[in-house]
Design a protein around this ligand. Structure first.
Ligand code: ZN
Ligand code: ZN
Ligand code: FE
Length: 785
């Protein structure tokens, strides 16, 4: 201590990194420092937050020991470094606003659901924000969806068009206020306004009147397009079966389950029995759609025994739902188009006759973002879609890295950027075959590169040369490109999520992925690390009669399985004859080891799904009828691959194998194992002829697939000396299969890892691709700047 300071006065500088901007961090530090009687300052910088506090040792100790409890709930602290400085005689504590340009490493927050404090204001008649639908604060409100550039400052958001009124400006500038630097801060005087639009863009009502008109339309059973955080929803009263039916018909979505927004927790508990983890997800500031057991109405979930439920996450939702227990809130789009983002796109929904009115507002959406969808399986989070509320939250995949862009899959596309070892997976983009979705993909990639101020040094893409996402990658001139096999990417994603290096045994089950031998893979057992893989076994192959058509029409798979297994077909004979002709001609019958198609075949044989109205409908209906009390299973075979030729070594470069993990070199087996479910189909049809309940046969089928996979995994694990098993691929969205297989593998002493950060489906593929590219770069296989 220096002489001029009588008692134990000290000064400490702390640097804090993580998600510490845009979440009310500085005001929280300010209030805490003042309450501890400390002087000094706090400021944002490109790497996070820096603060210096000065005071007595006791006060400093109190400050740091209680700091964690005083941080805003949205803050995520990844690192705190502290150093002692000589005291400087500061006389007060200040918030220094200085956000220098520089490398952006600070975490950008996702959109946050309305907090309790704002909700209370929304509901108090004497508050100036009473019933104001755009109320927000440093704890809540739009974030990612309104950001144009970093740093996250009002001028760089779509709020820049609204000039703060005097009252709002006071809050914004007062470090003690909970709206200090709440960038989207707004009130009825200065902020965004609601408008109700009809066809042609005519404004029917504004403000509160627009809200009440919209509620009146919904009460009459009409469909209203409602602007949310990341785009438009199509809303209707969830209990008005006729309205729900009309919405389905207009969206050309006859069967797929629709998400419902319930008024509040009490209403959720009236209809559902969520477990503690599900409750936590429902109430989290990300407010995802959580798939819960139970049916609110058959019109909402005709195919399943569950419902996608979520709670209001903007003040506008809270106000709208005052009049309803539940609203269907489905993405405001047509077929595979991206969701409507602005008013012209919403008005097109009126012209197409999909909605009757548009409840709009004038705060632009800069990044389209669909709702996230997840379910809880055995206490763990399983994403079906990771988007609003989670994006652009990063995942650390390495200490450092070059900038890597991974372009993902063509279905359920997301892309991924790795910057300094942090992987940022984009929001859900969708099916790139749809022209407008592909345009969204291209423009969103550009925006992310601008937002993070980076240019990719490496681009990773799927091995499929025909994928639009692969072709996009190959057009990026001068950037080394890494082609990653589809199922390897699925497995590598889990390695990154779990911090594993491998080698592990990866079981990747999905509908379709391009294999190294040019055939369609989809039921794969891989020995994999982050860099490369080797295919050890696969599901028995069946030809897909008619190629793509076999996916849309599961009866084709069923007929093909019967013909090839010599099982008597009990469907219309002309179908079997047709498939027989197609198979005999060998035209457009690509052989496939797809696991998804096996579930299709079983669903079709059980009369559950002849033609799929949406992706995986057969599998979803098959799972929905499962009788969970049934333990029995059918037979399967594990045999050597009868195709000519030995195993192929992997990693996209034949012959190399897992060269980075020499200890796990494949042990003497010349051929791949094949897991063959032919016998199961014969027994299933015999059961059907005996008239057994569908729920029993569906259960036995699931048990069989789980048992077969577990047996092969155990054999391969022993052979390769590996006890870590990774499960990934879209088929693992099947909860019944996932829990059965997990239990079977654990019984055999194997450790099981699954996706919890990104979806197991192709929405998680970009992360896996990025991780493989990073590993190959680290191994010196790529040269880049
Ligand atoms: Zn708030
Ligand atoms: Zn204002
Ligand atoms: Fe896949």
């Amino acid at each position: 201590m220096t002489g001029g300071w009588p008692q134990e006065v000290a000064r400490i500088r702390a640097r804090i990194s993580g998600r510490v901007q845009g979440v009310g961090f500085r005001p929280a530090i300010y209030r805490h420092a003042v309450s501890c009687g400390l002087r000094g300052f706090v400021r944002n910088d490109p790497a996070g937050v820096t603060l210096e506090v000065e005071g007595s040792r006791d006060d400093l100790n109190l400050f740091f020991s209680t700091l964690e409890q005083r941080l805003p709930r949205q803050a995520v602290v990844t690192e705190v470094t502290r150093e002692e400085l000589p005291p400087q005689g500061s006389t007060r504590f200040e918030v220094v606003v200085s956000e220098a340009a520089g490398p952006v490493t600070v975490q950008l927050p996702p959109d946050l659901a309305t907090c309790e404090a704002c909700l209370a204001e929304l509901r108090s008649p004497d508050n100036r924000r009473y019933r104001y639908p755009f109320t927000n604060c440093t704890d809540c409100g739009p974030r990612f969806t309104i950001i144009r550039e970093l740093p996250y400052d009002r001028a760089n958001t779509s709020m820049n068009r609204f000039r703060l009124c005097a009252a709002c400006a006071r809050e914004y500038q007062d470090p003690a206020d909970r709206r200090f630097h709440a960038e989207p801060n707004a009130c009825p005087v200065c902020g965004p306004r609601l408008r109700l639009l009809e066809k042609g863009g005519e404004c029917l009502a504004e403000g509160e009147a627009a809200l009440q008109e919209a509620q009146a339309l919904l009460r009459q059973g009409q469909i209203v397009a409602v602007k949310g955080l990341g785009g438009y929803h199509l809303a209707c009263d969830a209990f008005a079966a006729e309205a729900v039916g009309r919405l389905r018909q207009r969206k050309q979505r006859p069967h797929k389950t629709l998400a419902v927004m319930l008024r509040d927790l009490t209403t959720v508990l009236r209809y559902f029995q969520p477990c503690p983890e599900e409750l936590q997800e429902l109430l989290s500031p990300a407010r995802p759609i959580v798939v819960l057991d139970g049916v609110l109405s058959p019109a909402v979930s005709p195919d399943t025994r569950d419902t996608g439920v979520f709670l209001p996450y903007t003040p506008l939702h809270h106000l709208l739902l005052e009049e309803f227990e539940a609203l269907v809130m489905t993405s405001g789009n047509r077929l595979e188009e991206p969701i409507a983002q602005d008013e012209p796109q919403a008005l097109r929904l009126l012209e197409q006759g999909i909605a009757e009115a548009v409840l709009a507002h004038d705060r632009p959406v800069l990044h389209r973002c669909d709702d996230s969808v997840l379910r809880v399986v055995e206490g763990r989070r399983c994403f079906l879609r990771r988007s609003r509320g989670f994006v652009p939250g990063p995942l650390r995949v390495a200490a450092d890295s070059p900038v890597i862009l991974a372009t993902g899959s063509d279905l359920k596309n997301t892309f991924c950027l790795v910057i300094r070892g942090q992987a940022y997976v984009s929001q859900h983009i969708g099916d790139l075959a749809e022209h407008s979705t592909y345009s969204f993909f291209e423009s969103e990639v550009d925006r992310w590169l601008e937002l993070f101020r980076v240019t990719p040094a490496v681009v990773a893409h799927d091995l499929h040369p025909g994928y639009l996402s692969s072709r996009y990658a190959s057009r990026l001139d001068g950037i080394p490109a890494v082609a990653v096999q589809h199922h390897h990417a699925h497995v590598a994603g889990v390695l990154a999520e779990q911090g594993l290096e491998g080698p592990v045994l990866g079981i990747a089950l999905d509908g379709t992925g391009y294999g190294e031998d040019g055939t369609v893979w989809g039921g794969e057992f891989l020995l994999a690390d982050r860099c490369s893989f080797q295919r050890l076994a696969h599901f028995g192959r069946y030809p897909l009669p008619g190629g793509e058509k076999a996916i849309a029409e599961p009866w084709r798979m069923a007929a093909a399985v019967c013909l090839l297994e010599g099982i008597e077909w009990d469907g219309p004979p002309e179908r079997s004859e047709m498939v027989a002709r197609v198979l005999a001609a060998g035209l457009n019958c690509p052989p496939s080891s797809s696991a998804g198609r096996l579930f299709d075949a079983a669903a079709a044989l059980l009369g559950l799904c002849d033609e799929a109205g949406y992706e995986a409908q057969g599998a979803i209906r098959l799972e929905a009828v499962v009788d969970p009390t049934v333990r029995r299973r059918y037979s399967y075979r594990v045999r050597d691959d009868d195709e000519a030729g030995a195993r192929k070594a992997g990693g996209g470069r034949p012959g190399e194998g897992l060269k980075h993990s020499p200890d796990s070199a494949p042990k003497g087996r010349a051929r791949l194992f094949v897991l063959d479910f032919g016998p199961a189909f014969a027994e299933l049809l015999a059961d059907k002829r005996r008239g057994l309940p569908v729920g029993e046969m569906a259960a036995v089928f699931h048990n069989t697939v789980a048992a077969g996979c577990a047996e092969v995994a155990a054999r391969l694990g022993e052979e390769q000396g590996v006890d870590q098993v990774v499960l990934s691929g879209g088929v693992f969205q099947n909860r019944c299969l996932l829990s059965h297989l997990t239990a079977e593998l654990r019984e055999r002493g194997l450790k099981v890892y699954t996706n919890t950060v990104v979806p197991a489906n192709d929405g998680g593929l970009s992360l896996g691709q990025a991780v493989v590219a990073l590993a190959r770069w680290k191994a010196g296989e790529l040269s880049c700047v």
